[in-house]
Design a protein around this ligand. Sequence first.
Ligand code: ES4
Ligand code: ZN
Length: 319
Amino acid sequence: MWPSAELHVHIEGTLEVPLLLRLAERNAVELVSSDPEVLQRRYAFDSLQSFLDLYYENLAVLRTEQDFYELCSAYLERAARAGVRHAEIFFDPQSHTERGVPLGTVVFGLSRAIGEAQERWGMTASLILCLLRHLGGEAASDMIRAALPFRRHFVGVGLDSSELGFPPSLFQEAFAIAAAEGLHRVAHAGEEGGPDYVWEALDLLGVERVDHGNRALEDAELMAVLRERRIPLTVCPLSNLALKTAPDELADHALPVMLDEGLLASVHSDDPAYFGGYLDDNIAALRAAGVLTEEQFGVLAANSIVSSFASAERKAELL
Ligand code: ES4
Ligand code: ZN
């Protein structure tokens, strides 16, 4: 197991069925069923939107600081076992504030778990605040402004949720506010959207990293820019399979092409509770597909560390 950095995981997407049931009971939130098998069977999708519908439905069980702490602690413990030495964790504050959960409740719970993971396992982790595309540009700007009092709890801003119809251009003001605060900037692009979404994320939002980016391969000029500027792509193979944003066989995934083209790609888990696995499971599935050499797995792990926002000292320690 190569020491790695997890750079593309949504904390709300780490909500496993047993914890979902426990939190639903504790907070008196009614679920469609109390049978874990029935709930687990719903974790089957045919598109990004079909997944997002369930993801937003389930996260309604998260209400208190303790809930967010337990969610994040469980993730970090599992990630440590997967060889993750540094994690940059997405959270979707609008999905919580919209339901009346204060932002402080979310960030204090998550931050407490991160502090403990550092003490327990010497793991480093930080938070990236993700803006929800489907709520639009103005809501995104309002969210980032409302988050500034909590600035020390996160290192960057990201962009996620439904991609098609919500291009990066709508979020220029929010990302300009983030940039002025010295926050790192990343965005999901090229998952379902075409190369034009990746261009916009680079040119209009100034992102330093592209989440997914699979469809960048359709544009040779874009690939050259990503290669020359060393823009990382955080690739999520099991997510792509689950959401049908890649061919049905992992052996046909674009990842080997990305490496052959000299792109700075690394492997991540996205929403591991929903897509069938954590970082180690993604690596194991790629290994089973037999399309990457052991040396390339080493390159992918090193790429994850190089692509992170960890300090130069921390990167040197992990490489
Ligand atoms: C997501 Cl896989 C994916 N894509 C876009 N937004 C998301 N939020 C959580 N998982
Ligand atoms: Zn994602």
